[in-house]
Design a protein around this ligand. Structure first.
Ligand SMILES: [Zn+2]
Length: 273
């Protein structure tokens, strides 16, 4: 008898495991179809002017993604900050720009977004080649962790949403890291749609990364922030910011790189600006 109960429980568990992805898809579909609250729409229009650039079908897709994102992710205020809908919508809208038109699992590793009122201090450690450990404090606008959280400065997230053509956007930057971290440590190579995409991706990004490093060393003018020369993962995050915010300049000055990102993000911001 007890064997039967155990077998029944195992079957139930197995059924749950098999059915869970379908249930999640169903719930997400329901959420996307819900009416988007008018108060949220007003925030979206006021706080995220980029929204108005999008064609109507992508605006609708973005509203649907925001509803799923807000239902699935926790927002936590830090340093006494009270999180409100202005913050949640402004951050979710920018994060969800990166998943338009793509098969998405809504940043599956991400559980929570921590928000500070402004730039926040973090303690960093560094060991140099001689084995000397040094500690220092760094002031950051954002940070993306591989184990479930993104940390953002609200001041920077709000300002970067407002000035959407300057090629700088902390939310796009940190969520590009999240895409990169879906397969493990951030390397500048997120999961691509097809196996044959990896080679042209690594050739184009590798060559441009090297060029940025050289130009940064020589202190030459560049479209991309020198910060992108620090690591291939930072390069991917930095070019993502420029792809969405300065697509004409990027398509003209770095056509192959632009093509690779257009292929990856499955949108063409060139047509929106
Ligand atoms: Zn970064």
């Amino acid at each position: 008898m007890s064997m039967l109960i155990v077998a029944g429980l195992c079957l139930l568990y197995l059924g749950w495991l098999i059915g869970k992805p379908y249930y999640i898809d169903y719930r997400r579909d329901q959420r996307r179809k819900q009416a988007f609250p008018l108060a949220w729409l007003a925030i979206l229009r006021r706080r995220v002017p980029y929204y108005r650039l999008l064609p109507p079908d992508l605006q609708a897709q973005l509203r649907g993604h925001i509803q799923v994102f807000l239902a699935e992710k926790d927002f936590i205020g830090c340093a006494g900050l009270d999180v409100d809908d202005e913050m949640r919508i402004t951050i979710a809208a920018q994060a969800c720009l990166l998943i338009l038109n793509r098969k998405t699992d809504y940043y599956p590793k991400l559980e929570r977004i921590l928000i500070y009122p402004g730039a926040f201090m973090v303690k960093k450690q560094e060991i140099d080649e001689a084995g000397v450990l040094s500690e220092y404090h760094d002031e950051l606008a954002g940070e993306s962790w591989g184990d479930g959280q993104v940390i953002l400065s609200w001041q920077d997230a709000a300002d970067d949403a407002r000035f959407f053509s300057d090629g700088r956007n902390v939310v796009l930057h940190e969520f590009a890291h999240q895409l990169d971290q879906e397969k493990g440590a951030a390397t500048g190579a997120p999961i691509l749609a097809r196996a044959e995409h990896y080679r042209p991706w690594s050739e184009a990004l590798g060559a441009e990364y090297e060029q940025l490093r050289q130009h940064a060393d020589a202190e030459l003018d560049t479209l991309f922030d020198y910060y992108g020369a620090e690591h291939p993962a930072e390069f991917f995050a930095v070019i993502t910011e420029v792809f969405f915010e300065q697509p004409q300049a990027m398509a003209t000055m770095h056509p192959e790189l632009y093509r690779q990102l257009k292929n990856f993000y499955r949108v063409d911001p060139f047509d929106w600006h």
